[in-house]
Design a protein around this ligand. Structure first.
Ligand SMILES: Cc1ncc(COP(=O)(O)O)c(C=O)c1O
Length: 322
């Protein structure tokens, strides 16, 4: 990847003439069958640009209560898009048509305008859970019939695609906008892609510039992203296998409970009553093992290409010795 970065031809992307950024954008648009793609700094930036583009002040986004766009983007829905939120979904992080319909507001001056339906696939806080394709189609039908922009926070979309055998072009056709992280499990150091129609991306480019996201010789980073797309998608399956194996191991430990069998690379588990979550996480951090908390009693492990077999053995032996 570093070699790909160093060899990437670059230009000035603010002026639209960085050849490697152009190549990345056209490769991604082609894979998903969308008119255009836009290289963004981060998943947060790509999501927020999409929301700002779809929403006007006073509008409403319908999303899951676990949604990253609501919980972990610094209040961006309010701060950037001046919009409100309505929540629906199950405890796996999945939204269903009935729930979405019940969130819809009548066209009445008292209410916000329901304008965006935002899905997260895989769901981070849901434990890397994936939608079935029929579930996506059913939500698409609601979005179309109710005039909602259908946005996908696909930070880990390739994990879902690999786990479910879905097709990129089906996603491109179903959604009005998609953000995908090329960092995280795909291994690029920086960068997300935003997909959509020509008009949507034109608008998104203006917003990206406005918030300081126009970048110059971004081709070095686009080179890393291209390398990730070409080399690191199929291997995501390995992370899924390893996550399941770790789940089986965790279930044997007396101080761990409620291990949720992972569908992809995110593994959620709880701790027995009386085990202090903050101290547990800190003790593992002292041993170089990074686990995050996803709310009280909910711990998260994420598996990715920088975790070797030796690392996995080490994690197991540290946990077994606690
Ligand atoms: C579901 C989801 N969306 C968006 C993001 C934001 O990505 P970034 O960290 O690149 O801003 C994350 C990051 O963890 C995420 O899990």
């Amino acid at each position: 990847m570093l070699n790909a970065m160093m060899q990437a031809p670059v230009g000035d992307d603010v002026l639209g003439d960085d050849p490697t950024v152009k190549k990345l954008e056209s490769v991604m648009a082609e894979r998903f069958g969308t008119e255009r793609a836009l290289f963004c700094v981060s998943g947060t930036q790509a999501n927020q640009i999409a929301l700002m583009s779809h929403l006007s002040p006073g509008d409403e986004v319908i999303c899951h209560p676990y949604a990253h766009i609501y919980n972990y983007e610094g209040g961006g829905i309010a701060a950037n898009a001046h919009a409100s939120v309505a929540f629906t979904g199950d405890d796996r992080g999945i939204m269903h048509p009935d729930g979405v319909l019940s969130c819809l507001k009548a066209d009445d001056i008292h209410f916000p305008k329901s304008r965006v339906l935002a899905v997260e696939n895989t769901s981070n806080k849901g434990g890397g859970t994936c939608y079935e394709w029929e579930e996506i189609e059913a939500l698409r039908a609601v979005a179309s019939s109710k005039g909602l922009n259908f946005h996908l926070d696909g930070a880990r979309l390739y994990n879902a695609i690999v786990a479910k055998g879905h097709h990129e072009s089906d996603y491109g056709a179903a959604f009005d906008s998609i953000s995908i992280c090329l960092s995280k499990g795909l291994g690029a150091p920086i960068g997300s892609i935003l997909l959509g129609s020509e008009a949507f991306i034109q608008h998104a480019m203006r917003i990206r510039k406005r918030i300081g996201g126009g970048w110059r010789q971004a081709g070095y980073l686009a080179g890393a992203a291209l390398y990730a797309i070409e080399n690191n998608i199929e291997r995501l399956e390995y992370d899924h296998v390893v996550a399941k194996d770790m789940a089986t191991f965790l279930a044997t430990l007396p101080f761990i409970e409620k291990v949720i069998t992972p569908e992809t690379n995110v593994l959620l588990f709880g701790l027995e009553e009386g085990v202090d979550q903050a101290k547990f996480i800190a003790r593992l951090a002292d041993k170089g093992i990074g686990i995050s908390q996803m709310g009280p009693g909910k711990c998260r492990m994420v598996f990715h290409l920088n975790i070797s077999e030796t690392d996995l053995k080490e994690v197991k032996s540290v946990l077994a010795a606690l």
